[in-house]
Design a protein around this ligand. Structure first.
Ligand code: 8YV
Length: 315
């Protein structure tokens, strides 16, 4: 009997097509609201697995409607929209895909840091507008070399950022709830102190209630007029109105952002500021990484139904 899988968040089409040979897929993601409720009532009792992501809610109510659920496979790194406790209390494993996307997200964090410090967006405009010919050379920018990088969060992606930053000649220290064994870089338990010390702050913590507005006005002011904020975590981690105010007044030098409140329609006041560099929540947006994320999501399901060790359990 092919296990019944409820799809809340799709994988890349070839991976779903391949799954259909081994699983009975129910496309909750394609149904309208009435259809979703009917599908949950109809197939819920026989669902053994769900395909989810950190962009679709898996609530306690939905989990309760799946009495035979055995595994939840999340195709993203973040799972802040998933009620992890509702799964854990029933011993249901949740897996994610940090291992598949860490390199590309770390590259994106460094790309945003470099683009911000070297003024890539304004420089591009300096050329395309003809200003280069009319007004002369683009103003001198700031090198990454010998700059201080503060990393907020020390999960798999943050650990992929460290060697990239050090290869660019940066000094690294980090803030996290607890000091992480084996990181062997200065641990700063005081976020304000890290922001005061840093030239660049890269934010890569999990989203959700626990980190909402973690980067507030005080942290932004501590980073300062020459400072650069890079956010590759979730928009909710940064107090956006404080960010806009700090950028408008110059209390913060520059913000380079892959994530925003209200995606995909971020605040136009923020996006029209001169001292921002923006990316459309695409840090993992490469063919290679999205394929690897889909593959890892499938591999966790296959491992479960083969009675083998899961590859990337998070609870
Ligand atoms: C998205 C991400 O999943 O993995 C995460 O947590 O935020 C991203 O990789 C991706 O952008 C798909 O929407």
């Amino acid at each position: 009997m092919k296990p019944d899988v409820l799809v809340f968040s799709p994988l890349l089409p070839p991976y779903l097509e391949a799954m259909a040979a081994r699983y009975t897929l129910h496309r909750h993601d394609l149904a309208d609201e009435d259809g979703k409720a009917a599908m949950l009532a109809d197939v819920g009792p026989r669902v053994r697995a769900v395909l989810v992501s950190g962009h679709v809610a898996l609530t306690e109510t939905i989990v309760a409607a799946l009495p035979n659920l055995e595994i939840a496979s999340c195709s993203s790194a973040g799972y802040d929209t998933i009620d992890v406790n509702a799964l854990t209390v029933r011993g249901i494993p949740l897996t994610n895909t940090s291992d598949a996307l860490s390199d590309d997200v770390a590259d994106t964090a460094m790309m945003l840091a470099l683009a911000a410090r070297r003024g890539l967006v304004a420089a591009h405009r300096h050329v395309t507008s003809g200003d280069w010919g009319q007004t002369g050379a683009f103003p001198l920018q700031s090198s990454l070399r010998a700059k201080r990088l503060g990393i907020v969060g020390m999960g798999k992606i943050a650990q992929a950022i460290i060697p990239r930053a050090e290869a660019s000649g940066m000094e690294v220290a980090y803030f996290s709830r607890t000091e992480k064994p084996g990181i062997n870089r200065p641990f700063q338990p005081d976020l304000m102190a890290l922001a005061q010390w840093a030239d660049i702050l890269i934010v890569i913590v999990a989203g959700g209630a626990g980190t909402m507005n973690l980067i507030d006005g005080a942290v932004l002011r501590a980073l300062g007029p020459q400072g650069t904020l890079v956010n590759v975590s979730r928009g909710s981690v940064v107090d956006e109105s404080a960010l806009i105010a700090a950028l408008q007044t110059g209390a913060l030098g520059h913000a380079a952002l892959d994530v925003f409140w209200n995606e995909p329609n971020p605040n136009s006041v923020l996006t029209s500021l001169p001292n921002v560099t923006l990316y459309p929540h695409h840090a993992s947006g490469t063919h290679e990484t999205r394929s690897a994320m889909s593959q890892l999501a499938v591999d966790n399901l296959d491992a479960h139904f083969a009675g083998a060790q899961l590859l990337s359990r998070v609870n």
